[in-house]
Design a protein. Structure first.
Ligand SMILES: Cc1ncc(COP(=O)(O)O)c(C=O)c1O
Length: 396
């Protein structure tokens, strides 16, 4: 791709959406792993990463796993989701949220987003539970399918948080467990507490594009010692007697490696700096873009202290999918690594046959949303390019 600078045509690389920042102690800690031989799924860095992440978010326990999806799968299993159960989940999320339910041989029930918060709508969740479900002998059943509804998997997206207090209250009322998908919300606070610490279990992702990375990894956090112990057991092949290879159930090889944890520990040392940088990027976008051509900037729902992991805007309400796609194509062609939000899950092929409860706003958000480069290392001049290109493209 080329651009003109002072009469010279030069190649321009795409300004990345969310590139990792790896200039801290990553090398030092990785070398320590290699020097000491701790490279596999145990060792001081794994223990340290678990306890430091748990301490950072204010949870009693952390269980490090190979990725966030594995954390969600184990999270659902340890709270008792069984084959044939249903789990309520946001329709506007990355597909991993629903896939983790499928891995349990359970069924997602997709929920709409509230257009004001972009997150799971607690009013619709209540309406579904009150009108479509019944509680019998301390368990909740979907009247339409006769299946047990066992859990809610609310997703905190983009470095914001859902109204998790209302979701947890409803879950208690209807005898449901809560597994928070906080893959994108490490460091986000809701009413003073960290996202991921409200439910029975919370799960973070440390994929390369997340606010901190371990090169791929995840962390399940919980205040329950027994759930943490079960998660550790299930994610290390459910070893009852490691010497005699006795296993009571079919577990998973899901633990995080020491090499991943070493990178994670180095990254965690800088998380507050990373959050500050993301917030500065967000306020530049906000100042430059609010009010522009019907554009809606990122909301900050009541009680949320955002990290702005991925700054996202909405095109005007009458925008078509084709126009939004065209805008992203033009931005990409001009060096801006913009992306759409995820396709709504309920109308993707693996999930079309699942129940989707009165979904309208998730689909509109998908149609209108554009995520913009928000890397911690985003340079001021590149940020200016992103803003200018978006302005030009929308006004063309
Ligand atoms: C909302 C959400 N849930 C789950 C995941 C899965 O995490 P991982 O990629 O670490 O498996 C991701 C991101 O990748 C995500 O964005």
């Amino acid at each position: 791709m080329s651009f003109d600078q002072g009469g010279q045509t030069r190649l321009r690389e795409l300004i990345p959406l969310n590139a990792p920042e790896l200039s801290g102690n990553e090398w030092t800690y990785l070398k320590e792993c290699l020097d000491t031989g701790w490279v596999s799924a145990a060792g001081p860095f794994v223990d340290r990463f678990e306890s430091e992440v748990a301490a950072y978010v204010g949870a009693r326990n952390g269980v490090a796993v190979g990725n966030g999806t594995a954390g969600l799968h184990v999270g659902l299993r340890i709270v008792g989701v069984e084959p044939g159960d249903e789990v309520i989940v946001s329709s506007l999320s990355f597909i991993a949220s629903a896939n983790a339910i499928t891995y349990c041989h359970a069924f997602p029930v997709f929920m709409d987003a509230d257009p004001a918060t972009w997150h799971i709508d607690p009013v619709k969740v209540r309406s579904f539970l009150q009108n479509e479900c019944e509680v019998r002998s301390g368990q909740c059943f979907n009247k339409r399918t006769s299946r047990r509804v066992k859990a809610i998997l609310p997703v905190h997206i983009l470095g914001l948080a859902c109204e998790i207090d209302r979701i947890v209250d409803m879950a208690r009322e209807f005898h449901l467990k809560v597994v928070e998908d906080a893959a994108e919300a490490m460091g986000v606070r809701y009413r003073g507490l960290h996202a991921g610490t409200f439910g029975d279990v919370g799960v973070f992702s440390f994929n390369g594009n997340k606010i901190i990375t371990s090169g791929g990894g995840g962390m399940l956090v919980t205040d329950s010692d027994s759930l943490a112990e079960y998660a550790r057991y299930l994610s290390t092949q459910a070893k009852d007697d490691p010497v005699e290879y006795i296993h009571r159930e079919a577990g998973f090889n899901y633990r995080m490696s020491s090499l991943q944890a070493a990178v994670g520990v180095a990254q965690l040392e800088r998380i507050d700096e990373f959050i500050a940088k993301k917030r500065a990027i967000a306020s530049s976008y906000e100042a430059a873009l609010s009010g522009l051509d019907g554009l809606t900037t990122m909301p900050v729902p009541d009680g949320v202290e955002p990290t702005y992991w991925l700054y996202t805007v909405l095109m005007s309400n009458d925008t078509t999918l084709e126009r939004r796609r065209e805008v992203i194509r033009i931005l990409n062609a001009n060096g801006v690594g913009a992306r759409p939000l995820w396709h709504t899950l309920h109308d993707l092929p693996p999930y079309q046959s699942c129940q989707a409860y009165e979904i309208e706003h998730s689909s509109a958000l998908y149609r209108r949303a554009i995520s913009l480069p928000t890397s911690v290392g985003l340079r001021d001049e590149d940020l200016a390019v992103c803003i200018e290109q978006l302005r030009k493209t929308l006004q063309a």
